[in-house]
Design a protein around this ligand. Structure first.
Ligand SMILES: *Cc1c(COP(=O)(O)O)cnc(C)c1O
Length: 470
């Protein structure tokens, strides 16, 4: 299996492990597979009833195409997904599905160490990167800015990895007590939490600024665009599918609460790999850039408002470029023009690029959005159905699925966080506080060591600190 940049007309290829350590392509494109591997119905059949780890192994093996030896890959997956990290797992199933009503399901992707689906990919990505660095005799210093969830997911994934040091900047303003405590609890070893006076934007500016200096030019932002992360999300669509179907080959719909288009892109890849997905339903909140895109084919950046499903508050969808590449016939030159038009005017219309609306409909995407009061209603509704207390992002998904679903086929809504992280909204909806899984009990009260939460405004101090600790 070979990989190419979305903006390279010559389609120069890289191996999987090269993309793993590469981030953005030099032409500012994103790496995608030269072609999508395929899974046969027989292979799907043979995965039924196996563990998540086995599904992840078989699917990633196809995507990686031999670049990591099978035995090693298995080992990395077993290290990423252990019983210890997933105390609530049941029979090796770490993405369990439950039914809310006939043909409507919720697949829980939040049993992960930080109770967010972003862990799923990060755990595996961390293992793969560490392995490749060891093999190459290299090490990696990561400087990252977080506004909340991605931070602890990254820390949980990188903690204790021998060849990686992580410096995490977070804003003093705008993080919840829970998020802060969660990050604090992960400090130590190779993880350094640094609190920055100001907001998330200030943290991001600091990262950009430091990376522009010659000394730290090679600092890595292992972020959403990493192909290893996207590909590690593909297996859970297979796992969800296998859990609900009566017969292999039956078509299902997935409904995905979406922001930056990472998660649902992985669903699209699963579909390209021939997993029988009929439609991918994209659910947004009030910040409905993606809803508009899939209804009008106009991609327009819009300032994001703060909502009660904050991980979906985006003004543009950084991963959409990978889908756009396929939509534009995998023509790197055309894609580069399309993205440049977007980057200069913050809006671009796909139909100006000779893509017909019929082609687009054939892809199976549909979209809808939800509001704060919809979320409250859905949290209430699902609880009444005795299907548990869902978080506000999952509520977006259930709302849009309820509006758009076809009752004759099965629809799986993805549950991307646990309600415990959004107690305020749950209290507003249900007049009670969700019960915390044991591992989060009293998190905010646990003592933390001040030396791991540093407060700096000066870039120079931070540089010295990184120099001394890498
Ligand atoms: C990140 C996130 C999303 C949005 O996922 P994308 O991959 O950015 O589309 C939805 N829900 C939760 C809880 C998240 O953390």
């Amino acid at each position: 299996m070979k990989f190419i940049s979305t903006r390279d007309p010559d389609k120069k290829t890289l191996s999987y492990t090269d993309t793993l350590l590469a981030g953005l392509a030099p032409d500012r494109g994103l790496y995608v597979p030269l072609e999508y591997p395929q899974v046969s119905l027989d292979e799907l059949q043979s995965l039924q009833g196996t563990t998540y780890q086995e599904i992840a192994f078989q699917i990633k093996k196809k995507i990686i195409g031999g670049d990591i030896p099978d035995g090693v890959l298995r080992e990395l997956i077993n290290k990423a997904y252990t019983q210890e990290k997933f105390p609530e797992w049941i029979d090796g199933n770490i993405t369990p599905v439950r039914e809310i009503e006939k043909n409507l399901y919720i697949q829980n992707l939040s049993l992960w160490p930080t109770a967010a689906f972003k862990d799923m990919a990060m755990q595996q990505l961390g293992q793969e990167m560490n392995h490749e660095l060891q093999k190459r005799g290299e090490s990696l210093t990561i400087l990252w800015a977080t506004s909340g969830d991605t931070g602890s997911a990254a820390e949980a994934a990188m903690k204790g990895l021998e060849n990686i040091v992580l410096f995490m900047l977070s804003p003093q303003i705008g993080m919840s007590a829970f998020q802060r405590a969660q990050m604090w609890s992960l400090s130590g070893d190779n993880i350094f939490n640094i609190s920055i006076e100001g907001r998330f934007d200030d943290c991001q500016d600091m990262v950009k600024d430091i990376k522009n200096s010659a000394e730290f030019a090679k600092l890595w932002a292992v972020n959403s665009i990493n192909w290893g992360r996207i590909s590690s999300q593909v297996p859970y669509y297979f796992s969800g599918y296998l859990q609900v179907v009566d017969e292999i080959g039956e078509q299902v719909d997935f409904c995905v609460p979406s922001g930056n288009f990472w998660n649902v892109l992985s669903g699209y890849i699963a579909k390209q790999m021939w997993l029988p997905i009929r439609r991918l339903i994209i659910a947004t909140n009030e910040n409905n850039v993606l809803e508009t895109l899939f209804k009008t084919w106009k991609y327009t950046a819009t300032p994001a408002d703060i909502t009660s499903s904050p991980s979906m508050d985006i003004s543009k969808a950084s991963n959409y470029e990978r889908l756009a590449y396929d939509l534009l016939g995998r023509d790197g030159e055309k894609l580069a023009k399309y993205m440049e038009e977007f980057e200069s005017s913050w809006t671009v219309d796909l139909t100006d690029y000779w893509v017909s609306p019929q082609d687009l409909q054939g892809l199976g995407f549909i979209s809808g959005s939800s509001t704060h009061s919809d979320r409250l209603d859905m949290i209430h509704y699902v609880e009444q159905k005795e299907a548990g207390i869902i978080d506000p992002h999952t509520a977006d998904s259930v709302k849009v699925a309820t509006d758009l679903r076809d009752k004759n086929i099965k629809t799986i809504c993805l549950e991307t966080a646990l309600s415990v992280k959004f107690e305020d909204t749950i209290e507003e909806a249900l007049w009670k506080t969700p019960i915390r899984p044991q591992r989060f009990e009293g998190l905010e009260q646990r003592g933390w060591d001040d030396t791991f939460m540093l407060l700096w405004t000066q870039r120079e101090d931070l540089c010295t600190f990184m120099r001394n600790n890498s």
